[in-house]
Design a protein around this ligand. Sequence first.
Ligand SMILES: [Ca+2]
Length: 440
Amino acid sequence: MRRTVLLAVAAAGSLLAVPLPGQAREVTTHVVDDDRAQCAQAGYTSIGAAVAAAAPGDLVLVCGGSYEERVVVDKTLVIKGQPDEVEALDCFAETPSALGDLDTNVFPVLSPPDAVPGPLLALQADGIDVSGLVLEGMVDAGVNSIYRAALETSPAHSGFRVHHTMFRLNTLGMETTSNGAIPSRFDHNCLRQNGWGAANQRFTLTQARFDHNESFRQRFFDYEMGWSVARVDAVLLDHNIARQAAFHGVYVGQSSSIRIEDNSLSATRLNIWVVGPTENITIARNTLSSATVGIRLGPGVLSPTEAIVDAVVEGNTISGTNVSPGTGIWVPLAYSGHGLRVVDNILSDHHFAGLRVHAGSGNTYADNVMERNGSFGTFVGPGATGNTFANNIMLGNQVDAQDNTAYVEDGVTKVRNTWTGNLCVTDVPMGVLCDRGLAP
Ligand SMILES: [Ca+2]
């Protein structure tokens, strides 16, 4: 309701004061235009000056222009640029973006006034709403793998919303942190040609949703959700599209209650990479392609580290990883954890394997389809025992199923995992894994 009133004020486009029903104070719109060419009535030529003059609850309306400044927002405000114009930009345009190539008659472009690393927008109050800006050119060489971001939210606050905003050509687009008292939402943004799109590097992030964002050609990751320094809890990433990150799509570490659902990701290396300690993560209904690995559940080194507990990987379509190690879902030797369920996924047309399981015990791999993979439909290494492989369809692979835990007991070849109801033709050890083979 309150938003409706604020938008009505914005539409009026001038300095108005509207009393809100049931509220004593008035909401004021503060119009900003760098040169007053687009909004002649603007009271301010910098965003910072308008923020300084505004009272909590006010609207700062930013017209097209070039804004070389750093703005600390230390009160609850709506900062609205030109969301329709930003929405209309093609986040996946093939021509590389360059600093200064956007029309500042249309877009409010916020860029650094100096070479000092630090945010262009720092959100330091509850319930700040930002939309319709372009933040570009915030470059930081970093210290100990920590980089300042173009937009930073404060870990002492929550209820942020950042939407219909473009982040481009920054070292890090958004550092998203929050105390979680009020849910935060980051949606409908374009993250283009940054080093990283969004990350919580220094502080925790609690209760947030990232949805309907587009990202293109990050130099490292699209989303980094938690790592050794700072954890994430209760975060949903859904309906995002991310393409051509030079490294990874979504990295999740040190976290709990994470859902990654209905996204379309095509990073160059790992599309989704989960490491421990992580509890209660759901990866569902994502479409993953054009990477070396669709989903990796475990760290990149050989020594087992902290556990991934209660992970559900369900209903994903992962195809076409065409570069070594070319794998749909990979549970590496360094995996530790339990309660993993990999079910109802399609893991086809990979350079090497649909599913690789090298470690773990008591986990379930069921009702998946692995077809036309270059080496294996499913490959199980000697470190994975006591798992169940049930009702999978594995056809047209060089080897449909191979389990390297084989041993001979009383003259009979057995394996240390349970295989049941799998439809496949070629298995190693032969005749042990496929119990519903097709006639030749
Ligand atoms: Ca202007």
